[in-house]
Design a protein around this ligand. Sequence first.
Ligand code: PLP
Length: 458
Amino acid sequence: MEEIPLKNLNHAEMPQIVTEVPGPRSRAIRTREDKHISPGLSAVALISGLAMSDGLGALVRDVDGNIFIDFSSGAVVTVTGHSHPKVVEAIQSQIGKFVHIYDYGSDIRAEFLDLLAETAPVGIDTFQMFTAGAETVEGGMRLAKAATKQHEFISLFRGFHGKTVGALSAMGGNYKKGFGPLAAGIVQTPNAYCYRCPLNLTFPSCNVACADFIENVFEQQTTGQVAAVMLEAIQGAGGVIVPPAEFMTKIQAFCKRNNILLFVDEVLTSAGRTGKMWATDHYDIQPDIITMGKGIASGFPLGIVGSSSKLMENWPWNQYNGGTSTFGGSPVSAAAALATLKVIKEENLVEHGAALGFYIKSRLLLLKDKHISIGDVRGVGMLMAIEFVQSRDTKERITQEQAEFLYREILKRGVLVASAAPIMRITPPLVLDEVLADRALDLIDEAISAFESKYHFG
Ligand SMILES: Cc1ncc(COP(=O)(O)O)c(C=O)c1O
């Protein structure tokens, strides 16, 4: 049977679930893959059991013909939606000329860098391209070392920076477990997780003591040779944690007082994800180094380290090959990213994401009034999360088994969310429209009711 193009579908009739989920074709593909694929895939890939066919905008179709509303953007990536025609066209046209020609100059990269410099936070005008976010974060760390001739880093509790050793050493949480020894000289300081304050205080009477705590960490846990404080301005994978403005202002002041660079990892928050072009733009701060990734090329693998040209002029970063990698600087990545920046501008996606994100969050807050398993709703723009708890008094999180049940309830109704964990992330493409948003939210509401009834909440 001929499949209907996703662009011809009526959004009021979405999603469209035509088989059990996963359906027979998904199951057959996954069984075949399972013979050879490494087991550590994402929880959402493993739990859903889905094999995908195609996507357009905020719609995703699996191989059984089920059409889902995408509240995930894959791994929080596709800001311009799936297969935006202008991004696809730009990639296709460039790939016909060169797939790879190392990092020789190209017209397309020159145009991209001009536009990126116009768009980047104040003071950031020089860039080195890489591929994955982790590799890019490592690049940012090398740049910080080259620029300061210092070698230590302070990062945040619950930070997420990638799975290479330097980046991993800067992370909080579970991903580090079992992978020691990690890099020396990288220590963590409390984040502003106000729902579960690491210092057991309450905002605003705490006067953001978590930010002041960095003085203790600097004093007690470092040798005083700190190159940079590296953090996400808004933490993504750690649970969508949006710090109060004072937190970031205090951290910046600490950096300035001690001649330490401020390195903001914007891999996840790049390209309008948070309702501003960069998460940095929500705060009165001026980072010395930023890393970009994920949405910056709409899903084509690209990571970028940005700073002032002065910072990049330091040895050994500035020597021949000092910043390169095999796939860094490819004209195809540049074409994808240039098209992404143009689409974001032409379609006012930052403003649209901010407004629609605000609307979605207000509906999530109404769900919180209705469902007692919701402990907290937070986020900004199209980066949101619901934290589920057994009880609002104890704030004990729901179990992983419960979270997986809830994820499946949402999935079988036709909505893809970004995580199958007690902190459920909601991160739709910025091109989502209000009709699809409302449909997905109605279904999430229904799924939470089914979840609460199964586990006898209330
Ligand atoms: C803030 C941040 N930095 C770095 C990374 C690592 O990116 P990648 O998975 O592309 O290596 C991630 C991935 O989620 C991230 O969220």
